[in-house]
Design a protein around this ligand. Structure first.
Ligand SMILES: Nc1ncnc2c1ncn2[C@@H]1O[C@H](COP(=O)(O)OP(=O)(O)OP(=O)(O)O)[C@@H](O)[C@H]1O
Ligand SMILES: [Mg+2]
Length: 508
């Protein structure tokens, strides 16, 4: 038996070999002598016969489709999906520099085959390419070579046809697109007038790579509040169908308010990093009029955050401020009018963007163009803003960023000093309850100023800063109560003076 096996094997191989050779020979004869139509017919029959016995289905996704020179979205999505999911199992990989030129991105090399699994079913992916036949023949003879046509081929058993062509391919497209968004080089756009007219006449925005490192993990704020904001953002970014169903433009407005140095700008960067969005930093004072504002908005792309920082200072959009200046002008004489004019924001003379223009910008027809967008306003004085500008539906979520809490301090201590517990924490907690300090000030004190400064020294610096802030606050309070008492005494003094005067004027 043991001796027979190789002989049987050899015989089998010989039979298969000779059958294949006869087929090849017959096919060569057919190719040589048969008319074209008959050849095509035989080819078709051959394919049908093969597919009858071959139980697998193949789906090819080409890099370029049709005559257009645009790379297929589907191909790019599959490429991203496979580079993220299969680069571990592939044995031959190609490395390319990522879009941010920082790290190499690995993807499967040509003619490499990898397997993937979906709901317990195994599928294979092959990366391949083909060149036109004529190009192959002309290689090296001075003819122009036809470009390579790359494609991915998915193979699965015909039993899973429905599952694969619908659920699996949808899954690949969705994941691939997500990975592409995550990996794209994000940009920070600004509407700088000088740039517009000198270099890029065709666009109103100029841009640089967006590389702010802030994340929600590094933000000093209460964990619960942080979690709520993160969930709100993620829900928004995943609600395409929901917005379509309720007939609302896929956008959301956030109003960030609070004292300077409490992390409003930092939070915008964290939002952009969380969702992998571009950032459009809109400088309203540089916008000529409402028409330009509309043009700027039309030029923004999907998956972006449009930011207007310090909205209260940008324009005279603060209903109340306008009222006060007008009132001042009406109530007082010419001098009052002059004062009112001087108090008007200077930018108003350079721009003719109006409140209604901005409202249109936010929720009008223009904002409905394109896909998901987030609009963020920041301000130090929320009470100064016109209520129409910040009502829900325009600014859907109002987030207050306030002074640093002990919980916020612990995040900063962990980030800056890699310290999660320390005997000085107790004193710091007590001092923080008694006095107000911004996260920016805490961050500054925790920053080592020289290589000799260790965690303890930085924490002592913070304690000193807190004690000073406490003293200053007490002094301020004392001054305020003193001046309040003084103003109470003022009428008494005047009465006394009047009495004294009357006494003095009395006839003798
Ligand atoms: N909540 C925070 N978490 C972490 N770092 C913070 C936080 N708040 C402020 N910082 C630090 O302070 C610096 C200034 O913060 P940021 O510019 O975000 O403040 P802001 O609220 O935008 O101030 P302004 O109102 O003046 O624009 C940041 O570079 C950051 O290092
Ligand atoms: Mg800011």
């Amino acid at each position: 038996m043991v001796v027979m096996a190789p002989r049987t094997m050899a015989e089998m191989m010989t039979t298969v070999g000779s059958t294949m050779a006869s087929f090849m020979f017959a096919w060569a004869i057919i190719r040589q002598y048969c008319p074209y139509e008959l050849r095509r017919f035989l080819e078709k029959c051959g394919h049908r016969l093969a597919s009858f016995f071959y139980p697998y289905i193949r789906v090819s996704i080409h890099e370029f489709t049709g005559t257009r020179l645009k790379r297929s979205e589907a191909y790019a999505a599959v490429e991203a999906y496979l580079s993220a999911n299969s680069s571990q199992s592939a044995k031959r990989l190609k490395a390319e520099m990522g879009k941010d030129s920082k790290k190499l991105v690995l993807s499967m090399d040509e003619y490499e085959k990898v397997t993937d699994e979906f709901q317990g079913v195994k599928v294979t992916w092959l990366a391949s390419s083909k060149t036109g036949g004529s190009a192959q023949r002309s290689m090296g003879y001075g003819y122009q070579q036809e470009p390579e046509k790359r494609y991915y081929r998915l193979t699965f058993h015909k039993r899973y046809r429905e599952m694969m062509t619908e659920a699996y391919l949808d899954h690949v497209m969705k994941k691939g697109k997500e990975i592409r968004v995550k990996n794209r080089q994000r940009k920070l756009y600004t509407n700088d007038q000088t740039y517009k007219w000198s270099i890029h006449k065709h666009t109103m925005w100029s841009h640089i790579p967006f590389e702010h490192p802030a994340t929600f993990e590094t933000m000093a704020m209460e964990t619960e509040k942080k979690q709520e904001i993160v969930e709100d953002l993620l829900t928004f970014s995943q609600s395409k169908d929901f917005y379509a169903r309720i007939g609302k433009a896929w956008k959301r407005g956030y109003l960030l308010y609070g004292p300077p140095g409490t992390g409003k700008s930092t939070m915008i960067a964290a939002m952009a990093n969380l969702l992998s969005y571009h950032v459009y930093d809109l400088e309203l004072t540089a916008v000529k009029d409402n028409t330009d504002l509309r043009k700027l908005l039309i030029e923004t792309t999907s998956k972006s955050i449009i930011v207007i920082e310090d909205i209260d200072c940008s324009l005279d959009l603060t209903g109340q401020r306008k009222k006060t200046t007008e009132k001042l002008a009406e109530d007082k004489n010419e001098q009052g009018k002059k004062e009112a004019y001087l108090k008007e924001p200077k930018e108003e003379k350079n721009t003719r963007v109006t409140l209604s223009g901005l409202l249109n910008f936010i929720d009008g027809l223009w904002s409905a163009s394109g896909g998901e967008r987030i609009i963020v306003f920041t301000t130090n004085y929320v009470e100064k803003l016109d209520p129409a500008l910040i009502r829900r539906g325009r600014m859907d979520k109002h987030i207050e960023l306030s002074y640093c809490s002990f919980e916020g301090f612990k995040v900063l201590a962990k980030n800056y000093l890699r310290v999660e517990a320390h005997p000085l924490f107790e004193l710091i907690e007590r001092l923080m309850e008694e006095t107000k300090i911004t996260p920016a000030d805490v961050a500054e004190t925790l920053m080592p100023k020289s290589p000799r400064e260790d965690a303890e020294k930085c924490l002592s610096n913070l304690i000193r800063a807190l004690e000073e802030a406490k003293k200053e606050a007490a002094l301020k309070k004392a001054k305020e109560s003193f001046s309040a008492k003084e103003s109470e005494k003022e009428p008494e003094k005047e009465d006394q003076l009047l009495q004294d005067k009357q006494e003095a004027e009395k006839p003798l």
